[in-house]
Design a protein around this ligand. Structure first.
Ligand code: APR
Ligand code: ZN
Ligand code: ZN
Length: 361
């Protein structure tokens, strides 16, 4: 039977989010209903509310979540009721060209639940990133559930579902950071902070954190940065070169998503180095660079979507490292809040002292 649960929706562009009752159908073929235990507050939720993603209001927000599978629909074999899972927005299809070439981390045909969750009056909801997890329960495609060790704290595990995975993966998967490398990370919020942590995990010898906010730089040191640069007061390109024997960094992760920070990343890397853009720009932004510099400096200019992660490969592995005490994922949980605290958490994002607020159920 369909269930009624409490959830956070964005009803109209720019309007404050509200807690309301939604209807979650029973899972159909290939679907699962998950009882959410924790869900982080991400910039993308705010972008949905501000109409920056599309106009398909009302949105059911929330997408960095962990919980327990409650029921599964016909034909579901990958998860079963009782499993502890992290929700992902890359449920690889196995059929698209990327999947068939063995590059499932680029799958461009990720699937979501076919049925829609609704308001009590039947209005269909658009779940954020096909998830919608600021809700006591949500309906997803079974492939969106990635089983991990249930000993992990839900508030911590859920963060791997989006921003923290994006940052870790930008360094480890996309940037290919390795032992002895020098890395610079521009923008040290939740995503950049995770890139710092990923670089340390990968064995980088020098990890330079760049931000315009000293509080973020302090946090970055705790996450594994070896040096910090406040780019409000210091030219980050010169500082990074100086800290790398005059060469520039092997890998620069750009976790802000602006033309000026991208240029800093471009020039702060060593010849033949790699830039990884993981910050998300807005549609009106453009980039101008001398083409001769693009050619002459060589190397790789890459973008990282969701940290080029393969949830089935990366989530269980990272949770295991966290449980072994080798990856302090708990450091990203700045505060835990209740379901009615999401609007306030949006406001706090801009104050700069939060890596992640996490709704705990
Ligand atoms: N130079 C350096 N750092 C900057 C600059 C700048 N010009 N502008 C902002 N920052 C810093 C902020 O001080 C903050 O610490 O970038 C950080 C951004 O962090 P958050 O706001 O916490 O955002 P986060 O969740 O880390 O996401 C970063 O990745 O997924 C995308 O949409 C997301 O574009 C965003 C980016
Ligand atoms: Zn695919
Ligand atoms: Zn997110």
């Amino acid at each position: 039977m369909a269930q009624q649960v409490k959830a956070v929706i964005a009803r109209a562009k720019g309007a404050p989010v509200e807690v309301t009752t939604i209807v979650v159908p029973d899972p159909g073929p290939g679907e699962a209903v998950v009882r959410i235990q924790a869900c982080g507050v991400c910039h993308t939720d705010l972008h949905y509310r501000e109409g920056g993603i599309n106009d398909e209001f009302p949105f059911l927000l929330g997408h960095e979540a962990a919980g327990i599978v409650e029921t599964v629909g016909e034909g579901v074999t990958e998860v079963a009721p009782g499993d502890f899972v992290i929700l992902n927005w890359r449920a690889v299809c196995g059929q698209c060209r990327a999947c068939r070439r063995g590059r499932a981390q680029y799958c461009f045909n990720t699937h979501n639940a076919k049925q829609r969750m609704t308001l009590l009056d039947g209005t269909e909801l658009s779940p954020a990133l096909g998830i919608g997890a600021f809700a006591e329960k949500t309906l997803v495609a079974a492939g969106q559930c990635t089983k991990v060790d249930p000993q992990a704290e839900p508030a911590v595990a859920g963060l791997l579902g989006c921003g923290v995975m994006a940052g870790l993966g930008a360094a480890i998967n996309t940037g290919g950071v390795g032992r002895g490398d020098s890395v610079a990370v521009i923008g040290c919020g939740g995503v950049g902070g995770a890139a710092v942590m990923g670089s340390r995990l990968a064995g980088a010898a020098r990890i330079i954190a760049v931000d315009i906010d000293d509080r973020k730089l302090e946090k970055a040191l705790a996450l594994g940065a070896t040096h910090t640069v406040n780019s409000r007061t210091t030219d980050p390109v010169e500082a990074i070169r100086e800290l790398t024997g005059g060469n520039g960094a092997d890998v620069v992760v750009e976790a802000v998503g602006r033309p000026e920070t991208y240029k800093q990343a471009f020039y702060a890397r060593d010849l033949a180095g790699t830039v990884v853009l993981v910050g998300v720009p807005t549609p009106e932004m453009t980039l101008e660079l001398p083409l001769l510099d693009v050619f002459g400096r060589g190397g790789a200019l890459k973008s990282s979507w969701y940290g080029d992660c393969l949830p089935s490969r990366d989530f269980p592995m990272l949770i295991d490292l966290y449980l072994q005490g080798r990856l302090d994922l708990g450091a990203f949980v700045t505060e835990t809040i209740e379901l009615d605290g999401v609007e306030q958490a949006f406001a706090r994002m801009h104050e700069g002292d939060v890596l992640r607020s996490v709704v705990v159920f």
